[in-house]
Design a binder for this molecule. Structure first.
Ligand SMILES: NC(=O)c1ccc[n+]([C@@H]2O[C@H](COP(=O)([O-])OP(=O)(O)OC[C@H]3O[C@@H](n4cnc5c(N)ncnc54)[C@H](OP(=O)(O)O)[C@@H]3O)[C@@H](O)[C@H]2O)c1
Length: 339
């Protein structure tokens, strides 16, 4: 028997659109392989939203390769999440907005409202979780709901799933991750001889770096990801105050030159280390030896290594670093909620 899952999508930018298209593309596979009819019932943006009363209305919107929600016939200016949540059978709220790492908003408000109304959450946004991880998780647990955030923790690269499921029963002694594709691309190009500004400008031209890349190059994106992975996998209660963060903006040419001479590769790592009974997390520039599992992770690629007591070290490398990869991570999380 098939189960219908109602989905509300917040944000219709690059990831939101990719997610809506992916749901359409994978509709039959989800029904046949997982017995789930995933029904995207509403999409909301800053100024309003659209509720789809029939699936054909969504299909019609998505026929356009780069659809604008405001152009849709059913666009409802001023429509809010509060209005629609109680009117629908609870399913999954998918957050594809950009939230502030300082206030958690707007994601924090969306996640709280969804949980209060009995909805599971899958989020690509980090802000809400970074800001109030403990309380959100507690709220979800109390209500028997799930918050999934693969999309916020390196997206298509499985990080949480490996830590939470594949390493169950093992003690995690440490984690090292190249978790940000933009900084890894810049460092790779610098290793090939470009200066920092030239490498950044090339990353911008290729659409790899955001117009304002500060969250990436100052290390905060990596810090958010190692914070969330650590809190989820080993149960720390880290906030930004607990993490020492170094970016790549002031990286010295000498560090790069010395690393090259020694055959090492310079990477920006998010790290977690167990010291006694305590964990310490950090974001730092690190020259890696050729034998390190992440040595060859170059360009926009990402990778993570878990060091364990019983399973040795386990590394995962790769995963598509783009909106479609992030959308695929959201879809995976939704399917796994109902498994
Ligand atoms: N891009 C990637 O490859 C990638 C990968 C992994 C994770 N992520 C994460 O995914 C999220 C979305 O990224 P993106 O690249 O899709 O960003 P984006 O293209 O800027 O899209 C964000 C969308 O959210 C909307 N929005 C902003 N405030 C809103 C509000 N209060 N209510 C409803 N909608 C609101 C924006 O509308 P307006 O345009 O009207 O402001 C826009 O449509 C981010 O948190 C990002 O960190 C992105």
């Amino acid at each position: 028997m098939k189960r219908t899952v109602t989905i509300i999508l917040m944000g219709f930018g690059r990831v939101g659109r990719a997610f809506a298209h992916l749901l359409e593309e994978k509709r039959n596979l989800c029904a046949e392989r997982y017995g789930l009819e995933l029904e995207l019932k509403a999409i909301l943006e800053l100024g309003g939203g659209t509720v789809f009363s029939r699936h054909q209305e969504l299909s019609r919107l998505l026929k356009n390769a780069s659809p604008r929600l405001q152009d849709d016939l059913s666009w409802n200016p001023g429509l809010t999440l509060e209005e629609i949540l109680p009117k629908m059978e609870p399913g999954v709220l998918v957050d594809c907005t950009v939230s502030s790492l300082k206030t958690g908003e707007p994601g924090l408000g969306f996640l709280n409202k969804a949980l209060e109304c009995g909805w599971h959450v899958a989020t690509a946004g980090k802000g809400g979780l970074v800001f109030d991880f403990k309380n959100l998780m507690k709220k979800a647990r109390t209500k028997g709901l799930k918050i999934k955030f693969s999309g916020a923790t390196a997206a298509a690269l499985p990080t949480l799933d490996v830590g939470l499921y594949s390493l169950a029963g093992a003690e995690i002694l440490g984690i090292e991750g190249i978790l940000n594709g933009t900084t890894n691309y810049i460092l790779t190009r610098m290793d090939q001889g470009l200066g920092y500004e030239a490498a950044l400008s090339e990353a911008r031209q290729k659409g790899i770096a955001e117009p304002d890349p500060s969250m990436d190059v100052e290390g905060w994106d990596t810090a958010s990801k190692i914070l969330l992975i650590s809190n989820a996998v080993v149960g720390t209660e880290f906030t930004f105050r607990d993490i020492k963060v170094e970016g790549i903006t002031n990286i010295s040419p000498e560090v790069l030159r010395a690393a090259k001479e020694e055959g090492k590769a310079v990477k920006l790592l998010g790290t977690l280390l167990k010291q006694g009974n305590q964990f310490a997390a950090e974001v730092r520039i690190c020259p890696l030896e050729p034998g390190h599992p992440l040595f060859g992770v170059s360009g926009t690629n990402k990778g993570i290594t878990f060091f364990t007591d019983t399973m040795g070290s386990i590394s995962v490398i790769g995963g598509k670093s783009d909106p479609r990869g992030a959308a695929a991570a959201l879809l995976k999380d939704i399917l796994n909620i109902y498994r």
